[in-house]
Write a new protein. Structure first.
Ligand SMILES: NC(=O)c1ccc[n+]([C@@H]2O[C@H](COP(=O)([O-])OP(=O)(O)OC[C@H]3O[C@@H](n4cnc5c(N)ncnc54)[C@H](OP(=O)(O)O)[C@@H]3O)[C@@H](O)[C@H]2O)c1
Length: 182
């Protein structure tokens, strides 16, 4: 199964995740948790990263995978922290990025608060760019967009815009020479 790095995948119990020798952050909470548990059951080494040390510790306790699960407190919008994360993991097989901070982001446009918008963009878009810049994956990097990019809900303009930008980033990366010249 190799080495996975997962960035910020919160479970249905609100436990965040991010992984290391093969994985990163995206998807639905319950399925994300099930996928992580499945990877560990198949023998993968996984590192998960998020901002909350308490939730990472809870994930470690819950998963009980011993040395095959590492957790690293990381804010993916902070370049120094992303650099330290990848310096700690070294090259991994797969990176999955699910980091999102969408608190307050679903609002009618006239009620939007700039700080909430910035938190969403910082975690989901700048975080993805920093992971592309500093992360080295032998296999793949997966980002998580969302149906909101294509079928926005009421009050979902900002989420739609950020998800759409993430899709464009993935398209651009897929056309760039591997690993990071684009
Ligand atoms: N749930 C859905 O129905 C749904 C639908 C479509 C798309 N998606 C997308 O799927 C992905 C995962 O969604 P989710 O529902 O699992 O989200 P979630 O439950 O809110 O979990 C987000 C995770 O991101 C972490 N995080 C937030 N800001 C961060 C930062 N700056 N640096 C590092 N970690 C950060 C959070 O942990 P900390 O707070 O501890 O950092 C948390 O673990 C997101 O991209 C979301 O937009 C979800």
């Amino acid at each position: 199964m190799g080495d996975w790095l997962g960035m910020s995948w919160r479970t249905r119990r609100n436990i965040p995740w991010n992984t290391h020798r093969s994985w990163s952050s995206a998807a639905v909470r319950a399925s994300g948790w099930a996928s992580l548990a499945g990877l560990l059951a198949d023998g993968a080494n996984v590192t998960i990263a998020a901002r909350s040390a308490d939730r990472l510790a809870a994930a470690e306790r819950e998963l009980g995978a011993g040395e095959r699960l590492r957790t690293i407190v990381t804010d993916v919008s902070q370049e120094g922290q992303v650099e330290r994360l990848f310096a700690s993991t070294g090259p991994v097989d797969h990176i999955v990025c699910t980091a999102v901070d969408a608190v307050g982001a679903y609002q009618p446009i006239r009620r939007l608060d700039l700080t909430s918008i910035q938190k969403l963009v910082n975690a989901k878009l700048y975080g993805a760019l920093l992971i592309a810049k500093h992360g080295t994956a032998r296999g793949s990097i997966t980002y998580t967009s969302g149906i909101a990019a294509y079928r926005p809900a009421a009050g979902g303009s900002v989420v739609a815009a950020v998800n759409g930008a993430l899709g464009s980033l993935a398209a651009a990366r897929s056309r760039s020479s591997w690993p990071r010249s684009g």
